[in-house]
Design a binder for this molecule. Structure first.
Ligand SMILES: *[C@@H]1O[C@H](CO)[C@@H](O)[C@H](O)[C@H]1NC(C)=O
Ligand SMILES: *[C@@H]1O[C@H](CO)[C@@H](O)[C@H](O)[C@H]1NC(C)=O
Length: 387
């Protein structure tokens, strides 16, 4: 029995072995044959090798063409963007030898700065993973499962505004979001938690949901001729995925409220990129209009509204601070295995012990006497109250 085992194994192994290449020198070979000087290639004998090689070549070519394609989309956007904003900003871009900065095969950045009301303005082009055939197939499959998934080429414009001047210049959160993008954004953006959807607002088409922290913001942003928002959306709303104006972080701060110097006011727009990028011009101009409206305080928010906004910020910060303190407390409890009260008692005892160490003998005697009396009093049965 023991000698049949190895032979069975050998049989199994044999089936995994590549079949021997027969016919390399077979004079009767009648398949396709390439001949060059002393070299002879008989493709039929290398069928699977050739298929493998062809697949690799296709993959590499695909990857190359896809990357080029993505870059050309980003460059087209960047060149147009630059032309439009040239008169608005002092510095635009830039990067050596390219209109964009490539951050991987699907992500491209552009940059501008130097204008009243803003510190900097950058755009981030997200293109489809054209360089990666497998990722594309995966996305295709995923889009059949998750209808919210959208891998269309898009660009995010982000303007970082100059910090609020204080006083009347209070931050706020306002957003206009395409309804199909709502669920995802709501889940991921902390700042939107401060807003409420303005229902039955007929100033935008039914595709969009305006969201405002206070109702007064609704009135300011739908007023015609003020920020240009309703006009722009009417003209080119088909390309808008969302607009968010916010002075709060997109991600929930994990260590208590942000410090004043970490806080940022931003205007963020996400746009689908059409093949004709000039269709996005109105949105580029909208960014500057919004910057001006905020910087020059043209939104005409009244004193009540400003107080509300201020109060919201104080409350949010204190809620974050409390949450963080609780989290630290829980961590400490987990680490030491003791609750805050126990830790406090232990610390107090340690202080008493240290004091005792330093006492003279006379003082120690007095101290012990005092402790003894205290304990006796504690252990005495309490006199019953008479009714
Ligand atoms: C923007 O494009 C990226 C890359 O294809 C994609 O993952 C993302 O979902 C797109 N965003 C929107 C809002 O379409
Ligand atoms: C939003 O503001 C506009 C203009 O003031 C007003 O007509 C509209 O009723 C407001 N919408 C809501 C839901 O308050």
């Amino acid at each position: 029995m023991s000698d049949t085992e190895p032979s069975r194994l050998a049989n199994v192994l044999k089936t995994f072995q590549a079949p021997p290449r027969t016919g390399l020198l077979d004079p009767d070979y009648d398949g396709l044959e390439f001949k060059w000087k002393m070299f002879v290639l008989r493709p039929a004998l290398f069928k699977w090798d050739l298929v493998g090689l062809a697949l690799i070549v296709v993959y590499v070519l695909w990857s190359f063409v896809g990357s080029r394609w993505n870059k050309s989309i980003a460059d087209k956007w960047s060149n147009h963007w630059r032309e439009v904003i040239n008169k608005q900003v002092a510095v635009v871009n830039v990067f050596k030898n390219s209109p964009t900065y490539a951050d991987g095969p699907t992500d491209f950045l552009t940059y501008a700065s130097g204008r009243r009301g803003m510190q900097r303005l950058y755009t981030h082009v997200h293109t489809r993973p054209r360089h990666d055939i497998f990722q594309q197939l995966f996305n295709l499959g995923w889009s059949l499962v998750d209808f919210g998934a959208d891998s269309a080429d898009n660009v995010t414009l982000t303007a970082k505004l100059t910090p609020g001047a204080g006083g009347q210049d209070v931050g706020f959160v306002y957003a206009l979001i395409k309804k199909s993008k709502m669920a995802n954004l709501r889940k991921n953006r902390f700042d939107l938690g401060l807003t409420r959807t303005i229902n039955d607002c007929d100033d935008f088409t039914a595709d969009f949901a305006p969201m405002a922290e206070v109702h007064a913001l609704n009135s300011s942003f739908v007023k015609s001729g003020l920020t240009g928002l309703p006009e722009t959306v009417k003209e080119a709303g088909a390309f808008l995925n969302w607009l968010i104006i916010s002075d709060q972080p997109a991600e929930k701060p994990s260590k208590g409220p942000l410090k004043p110097e970490e806080k940022e006011r931003v205007i963020e727009l996400n746009l689908r990129i059409p093949s004709d990028v000039t269709k996005l011009t109105p949105f580029i101009m909208l960014v500057f209009n919004l910057i001006d409206a905020i910087h020059l305080q043209k939104l005409s928010l009244n004193a009540d509204t400003l107080r509300r906004l201020q109060k919201n910020r104080l409350e949010l910060d204190s809620a974050l601070a409390k949450e963080y303190a609780k989290q630290l407390e829980d961590e400490e409890e987990e680490r030491t295995g003791k609750t805050a009260e126990e830790r406090k008692r232990i610390a107090k005892k340690a202080i008493e012990d240290a004091k005792y160490e330093k006492m003279s003998n006379e003082d120690r005697r007095k101290y012990e006497e005092k402790e003894r009396k205290k304990n006796m009093r504690k252990n005495q049965p309490k006199p019953k109250m008479k009714r």
